[in-house]
Write a protein that binds this ligand. Structure first.
Ligand code: ZN
Length: 210
């Protein structure tokens, strides 16, 4: 039997041992949402409520499609690599991001792009391309981003209802900080807008570092 390939579990992926906290959502004293048993750690510096989840990285099985809210937020806030959790790569043209190729979506793409995906370091970018050939086949672009702004969250949108409790809607959306809607979302991921972007050749970036 061939030896199995070592599993790489991204830093931001949740594990089965990290179950979400089930919290009762109520109306806040100043409007919008609150948790019935809310603590100061439940909100970010903009006052937006966040999903709580156990923090036991490595416990149980990795849940690849399931993003851990606290680790994703830390990675986005501090520009850490989404795969290994160390600092993302930065040079004079900015921080390295791997972005789904959507050139042509608008003039100047990806300028102003909103993303929930944290940046990457060079070794992890190289590994991602080796392990996922479709990344090298044109589906994903390497982009240097000189400035970015943690300007929004992505999460479950709630609404007011006539039944005494907020209503959990089916919608998950990007909600900008500072808007009225930000009081009606329970955030699961931090969103950055990307600016001063340069599309680069990832193979050249990797070669320059070896
Ligand atoms: Zn990395």
């Amino acid at each position: 039997m061939a030896p199995s390939r070592p599993e790489i579990v991204p830093y931001i992926a949740a594990w089965s041992g990290e179950q979400p906290h089930r919290r009762q959502v109520v109306y806040g004293p100043r409007g919008g949402l609150a948790f019935a048993d809310e603590t100061i750690e439940d909100r970010d510096q903009h006052g937006v409520l966040w999903n709580g989840r156990a923090m036991r990285r490595g416990a149980g099985r990795p849940a690849y499609g399931d993003v851990h809210p606290a680790r994703q937020r830390v990675a986005m806030e501090h520009l850490l690599c989404q795969v290994c959790g160390h600092a993302a790569h930065r040079d004079a043209r900015g921080v390295l991001w791997l972005i789904e190729d959507a050139r042509g979506e608008w003039d100047g793409w990806p300028e102003g792009l909103l993303t929930t995906h944290p940046p990457v370091c060079l070794p992890c970018a190289g590994m991602a391309v080796r392990m996922c050939p479709h990344l090298a086949g044109g589906g994903t672009l390497a982009v240097r981003v000189r400035s970015s702004d943690a300007c929004a969250v992505y999460g479950r949108v709630w609404s007011s209802s006539p039944f005494g409790q907020p209503l959990r809607t089916a919608a998950r959306d990007v909600v900008a900080y500072g808007t009225a809607a930000a009081r009606w979302v329970v955030a699961g991921q931090l969103v950055r807008s990307l600016h001063d972007c340069t599309v680069v050749d990832l193979q050249a970036e990797l070669a320059a570092c070896t």
